[in-house]
Design a protein around this ligand. Structure first.
Ligand code: ADP
Length: 385
């Protein structure tokens, strides 16, 4: 079954055509600067499609040029926010599209773009089934004590303010692969998954289900990320507000100027590690703060899952930075965790164990693949119609 996987942002559209049975990518690409251009009229400075519909024409042309005639069976959309309603991938119809749109206030940058992508496809290929795969869905199993914030009830009932959690597609996919690597049925997998990319989150898994996760009402909460602060004392924001900072100033500072960038002046983990190795004190501090904060979460989630059977690293940093993994593991001695330096520094695209035989629990590196997970979920929904 050929599935077109779409990840549409406000000004960009990422796509992959996947053969689900073969697990392969036939072609992929990225259309940028949507809404900034003149649709290729040739008389403007900026090239770029006028809107998502025009971007989709470019996708169609690119797929056609690359693969010739082919029959797509379905489209799978990465949708960031599924609110409290969506716990699983769903077949999209008008009502579902409107439901995603009603969640716009919770994800003002993302859900409107998802809806534009969905509508553009319905218009171009009205008969093609579309499936929404939600970034929040895997975390719908959080118990109330994990998703409640200790603020007046009215904030939850009137504004939907609670922990939703994100990166769910990745955490779920990695949970299944980690369980398989350990030869455990997924229902028996208790562990801690650290998804460390530009955005980063850690999830506590009990019986194969998410029982706590570090991102919250938005993807800002939790770990120190590339440009996001993660956890901080909320009074800092009140203080800044009183100093005259606007909500936009604060939003931009926390989401775009903080994290590794704020601490080390660079949001790319590779550069921060290199700078630290060549003696840059700010970079060393940034790594110390970032790894310490993650280690604290891992300790907390070890308790939350009733004793983890594994610690799993994934995404850009988790899969590739043996230096960062070593920094984190060095702080986990109290849990009896011990990395094997040789296994940790080996490079591989395969799921693997990087801890010693003496380590109290195995530490794994499991590559994530959100597009693959979306394509498989889409095929499953369409296949079960
Ligand atoms: P996104 O959240 O945008 O999908 P990724 O999962 O691609 O992000 O992760 C990006 C991060 O991974 C960056 O901080 C980058 O420096 C880091 N990274 C990628 N490759 C390596 C590598 N070989 N060594 C260390 N860090 C890496």
């Amino acid at each position: 079954m050929l599935v077109l996987v779409i990840n549409s942002g406000s000004s960009s559209l990422k796509y992959q055509v996947r053969d689900v049975a073969a697990g392969s990518v036939l072609t992929e690409g990225l259309i940028e600067k949507i809404g900034m251009g003149n649709g290729g009229d040739g008389d403007g400075e900026i090239e770029g499609p006028r809107d998502h519909a025009e971007a989709l024409e470019q996708v169609d042309a690119a797929i056609h040029a690359e693969l010739g005639d082919l029959e797509l069976a379905a489209v799978g959309h990465r949708v960031v926010h599924g609110g409290e309603r969506f716990a699983e991938p769903v077949l999209i119809d008008n009502e579902i599209t409107r439901a995603i749109e009603r969640l716009n206030p919770l994800a003002p940058l993302h859900n409107p773009a998802n809806v534009l992508g969905i509508r553009a496809i319905s218009k171009k290929w009205p008969d093609l089934p579309q499936v929404a795969v939600f970034d929040t869905a895997f975390h719908r199993t959080l118990p109330e004590h994990a998703w409640r914030y200790a603020v007046p009830d009215e904030l939850y009932t009137n504004h939907g303010i609670r922990r939703y959690g994100f990166h769910g597609t990745s955490h779920e996919y990695v949970t299944h692969r980690a369980a398989a690597l350990l030869d455990l049925p997924v229902e028996e997998f208790d562990g801690v998954i650290a998804h460390l990319g530009n955005g980063a989150s850690v999830t506590a898994i009990r019986g194969g289900k998410s029982v706590d996760t570090s991102m919250g009402f938005t993807p800002l909460e939790g770990l120190v990320m590339g440009t996001r602060s993660g956890d901080l004392d909320p009074s800092i924001l009140v203080f800044l507000g009183r100093q005259g900072w606007t909500p936009e100033d604060i939003d931009s500072m926390l989401n775009r100027e903080s994290g590794l960038k704020g601490l080390a002046g660079n949001n790319d983990m590779r550069s921060v590690v290199e700078a630290s190795e060549s003696g840059d004190a700010r970079a060393a501090t940034a790594l110390a703060v970032t790894s310490y904060r993650l280690a604290k979460y891992i300790g907390g989630y070890h308790v939350a899952v009733g004793g983890a059977k594994a610690l799993v690293f994934t995404a850009g940093i988790g899969e590739n930075s043996h230096q960062f993994r070593a920094l984190v593991a060095a702080k986990l001695g109290a849990l009896g965790i011990e990395l094997d330096a040789g296994l940790n520094s080996q490079r591989s695209k395969e799921p693997r164990v990087i801890s010693t035989a003496e380590s109290a629990i195995p530490v794994l590196v499991v590559p994530t693949d959100e597009e693959r997970a979306i394509a498989e979920a889409t095929a499953a929904v369409v296949g079960s119609r």
